[in-house]
Every structure is written in C-alpha cells, then in structure tokens.
Design a protein around this ligand. Structure first.
Ligand code: NAD
Length: 473
C-alpha cells in the first residue's frame, strides 16, 4: 500500500467501485453513473476596496438523470475542482438515497469568507450568480444551489435577488432557483436546522437497532450516549443541540478552529453556542478543559463521533486512535476510504455522509416544492384539521360525560404548522431511507458495511432511471 493519502474524489470513486462490483449492472451504465457530466470552472474579477481580485469558482453538475440538479455552494480557500466534483457526486447518491427527485451538483468559490466583510462577500456572491446565469447553470428547472460550508441564508438571499433581477419578470417560478433562503424571502421554516435534525433522526433510528448495538456493545437508545462533535457550525451545532435536547444524549467534547474542549459529565450545547457567539471562542467555557492538541478529538473515548466540519478529517494516519463505537458522518467525506478500512476492522459502525447528512437536501426539496406551489405548507388544511379534532374531542366528552383538561385539549386539537410538517416529512424520510439501507446490509451477505449498502441503494435507483429512460436498455 502506498503511503499517499487518497484524495476526496479518489475516496468517493473507491467507495463507488466497491459497491458497483457487488451489483450485476452493465459496466457502461456503471461508468455513466460514476462520471461527472458537466464542470464549469470560472475566474471573474471583483473590486474589493481599491483593488481588483480574480476569484476562482466552480459549479459541477454530476448527473442530470433527474432535473433540476441540486447541491450547495461552498465558500472555502480549500475549494478545488476535485473537491467540488466529489461533493457533486455525493449529491447524486444522496438525493437517490432519500428519494429526492434531483440530480447531483455542487458549487464552490475559492475564498476564505473570514477574510472579507459582508459588502465584499455580497459582491462576490452576486458576481458568481451572474456567471451561473450566463452559462445556464442555475434555474428552478435546471440547477438549484443551497447553503454549504461557509455560506448560509444570507448568501442564498443575495443569489435569489440577483437571479430574480434578471429572470423574475419572465419566469413565474424564479424564486425556486435556490433553497435555504430566509423564511421571509420564500424560504421554509425548519431548513436552517434540517441537516443537524436529520443527523439526530438517523442516529436515533440506528441506535434503536438491537443487533447493531449488540455488535458494538452498546445499549439501545440515545439517552445518555456520549457524543463528541467536530465543527460547531450550522450542521454540528444543530446536531449537538437536538441530540442533547430531544435525545437526552451527553455532548462530552467539541472541537472547533480555536481548539477542543472536554467535559466527561457533559457540555450544555445551548450555553456553549451563546458563550462562543459572545466571546468569539469557546475556550475557557466553565466546567471544560482544553486539550493540548486540537486534533485529539479523534481519540476521545466516547460512543458516537460526529465529524461536522470538512472532508478527510479521519485518515489513515489517525484512524487507529478512534475509540468511538459509531461515527455519524455529518460532514461530507470526513472519513477517507483508507481510514474506513482500518475502522471497519476495528468494528466501528460508520453511518455514511450521503445518508446521515441528507436532511438538508430533503428540506430543500420541500422548500422548492413550496416555491413551485406558491403557498405555505399547512395553509389549506390546518384549520380544517383543528376543527375536526375539536369536534372529535367534543363528541368524546359528550358520550363519556368527562371533560378533557384545557392542556390536553390544546395538545390534541391542533392543526399542523409548516414547521411541524417539515419535521414530520424529514423524520419519515430519514427512517424510511435507513430502512432501505439496513435491508440491503442485512440481506446481502457480500455487503459488509453501511456505506456500501447506501451506495448500492443509490446506484440501483439511478440505474433504474437510466434504464427506464431507454438510455441503457
Ligand atoms: P459551517 O461553515 O456552518 O460550519 C463548519 C464549522 O467547522 C465552522 O464553524 C468551522 O470553524 C469548523 N471547522 C473547520 N475546520 C475545522 C477543524 N479542522 N476543526 C474543527 N472545526 C473546524 O458549515 P456547515 O454548513 O455546517 O457544513 C459542515 C459540513 O457539513 C460540510 O462538510 C458540508 O459539506 C456538510 N453539509 C452541510 C449541509 C448544510 O445544509 N449546511 C448539508 C449537508 C452536508
């Protein structure tokens, strides 16, 4: 074995090939599913202060077997063509796994957002959007971006405004050109937390599987499980908060740019986030100790590791240090293919990125549907359901002669709001998709890990699209 670390794209290809070899699909079809269809690499000038800077950026559409293509936009100085291709490929498989009817795409702008003020970031985002419009790489029926590392609702609002400036007058569905928008700008309630919430639903579901838990010597259920998180951004913070508040898990360590803090009795994530927002660093958070080496989060004794920062964080050189029983890949590609081989030998369960972090694209799909329907979810049926449940409670009271307390009535007699429906749709998606993956994992003797099972689930679905389209008879 060479000592060179596999690149992110090489890791994705290695994982794909491993799963593809276990299918009986024709090689030509598998090669098409693996290949990246369109790559747009651009350089554009932006005036920052008194100087012009040439910005490098990408948009990659991995597969157009279903349209639109879908995938976030990343702002990071590490962005490069290989990385964006790897992320776009993962989007194709992710969408297939959670039955979101999109092809995969990804965008990247090679800047460190920390180095720019809001005004400069707005200029860069708007100019990037114009480049995408110019080449038809954005649109509600062609390619729909969303937030990713280094971007959020603010950037999506700039993209929306730029796109509608050019297309709003002629395209009735123009606001569906991007998802992850602020709620008052045609966004959807529950999108910001969606990826982290999806991590919670998926992890909670796996932790209920008796056989899987027996295999790693854990009791079933999330309550009391010790979790370590790397990256307290959008995904990591919501995953931590929801696992703590709704799953009763104990977050015992958090790693961020400034360092890694640890408390075996648990860290209150709510308070930690507020502390970090105030002080711009969480070092010194009461009750925690700071590890000497930031990278030592990998080796902390715990039940679940949640890497939620960037790719290639658990590699051949540090995989042996892992003491966790389960790794939930909240980030894209945090475990390299070489590291995975070491971890699987140690018996670690890896819940793959393309399933466990699919909550974001799932709720983005709901947002896109909302944009196309031009109406908030729940608007038509909330009151109808509320009145129907009220009539039912009245009937029970009359027939039994007993009064339901006001508190119980308010719980029962309630129509669903948009956020209730979004969470319910997300929970259903995460549970159903894990069921499909587990079915492949448990039924097929040749499938030895969850990533391979997830890949097979995705490959089968994409292949079936190509075959019914008549492209590969
Ligand atoms: P984010 O920018 O909001 O947060 C990432 C955090 O990681 C930042 O706070 C950053 O400081 C921290 N970080 C970076 N390098 C680190 C290191 N070496 N050690 C510790 N912390 C480090 O990004 P995000 O949107 O939360 O995305 C995180 C990951 O999740 C990415 O891999 C992204 O592709 C993936 N993802 C995001 C979404 C989404 O909806 N935002 C959806 C699916 C997958």
């Amino acid at each position: 074995m060479s000592s060179k670390q596999a690149s992110f794209l090489e890791s994705v290809h290695k994982n794909f090939d491993k799963a593809a070899s276990l299918t009986d699909l024709p090689q030509g079809l598998l090669s098409q599913i693996k290949a990246c269809n369109s790559i747009y690499e651009m350089n554009f000038p932006v005036k920052i202060g008194k100087k012009y800077e040439v910005i490098k950026a990408f948009r990659v559409q991995h597969s157009q077997h279903r349209l639109p293509t879908k995938g976030g936009i990343r702002f990071s100085s590490y962005v490069n063509k290989d990385e964006v291709q790897a992320l776009a490929a993962l989007m194709t498989f992710k969408c297939a796994i959670v039955d979101v009817p999109f092809g995969g795409a990804k965008g990247g702008v090679a800047i460190s957002p920390r180095k720019y003020n809001a005004e400069a970031l707005e200029k860069i985002t708007r100019r990037y959007t114009m480049e995408l419009i110019r080449k038809n790489f954005i649109g509600p029926s062609s390619d729909v971006p969303a937030p990713d590392y280094g971007t959020g609702a603010r950037e999506m609002a700039w993209i929306l405004d730029t796109y509608t400036t050019f297309k709003g007058g002629s395209e009735i569905d123009a606001v569906g050109c991007v998802t992850g928008k602020p709620v008052n700008q045609n966004g959807i309630r529950g999108r910001t937390e969606a990826t982290g919430r999806g991590v919670f639903y998926g992890l909670r579901e796996l932790l209920l599987d008796e056989k899987m838990m027996q295999s790693v010597g854990l009791e079933t259920g999330m309550a009391g499980k010790r979790i370590v998180i790397q990256g307290l951004g959008n995904v990591g913070s919501y995953a931590g908060l929801i696992c703590q508040n709704e799953g009763d898990a104990k977050i015992i360590a958090v790693s961020e740019i400034e360092g890694t803090i640890y408390n075996p009795d648990g860290i209150d994530v709510d308070k930690l986030i507020k502390y970090r927002n105030r002080k711009k660093s969480f070092l010194g958070f009461p009750g925690t100790k700071t590890l000497k080496n930031r990278e030592d989060w990998v080796g902390i004794e715990c039940d679940v590791l949640i890497p939620a920062a960037l790719e290639s964080q658990i590699r051949k050189d540090n995989a042996k240090k892992v003491k966790a029983k389960i790794i939930a890949e909240a980030a894209n590609g945090p475990v390299t293919a070489d590291a995975e081989a070491i971890l699987l030998k140690k018996g670690v369960i890896i819940i793959p990125d393309m399933y466990i972090n699919a909550g974001g694209v799932t709720v983005s799909y709901f947002e896109w549907l909302k944009n196309l329907s031009h109406m908030r979810f729940g608007r038509m049926d909330k009151r109808f359901n509320q009145n129907a449940y009220g009539n039912l409670v009245d009937l029970i009271e009359r027939n039994t002669g007993k009064r339901v307390t006001n508190r119980d009535r308010s719980i029962i007699v309630r129509g669903a709001d948009e956020v209730d429906l979004v969470r319910s749709g997300l929970e259903e998606t995460m549970i159903t998709s894990l069921g499909q993956i587990m079915d492949i994992y448990k039924r097929r003797k040749t499938v030895k890990d969850l990533r391979t099972a997830a890949f097979i689930s995705a490959i089968d679905k994409v292949a079936s699209d190509y075959m019914t389209l008549g492209v590969f008879p």
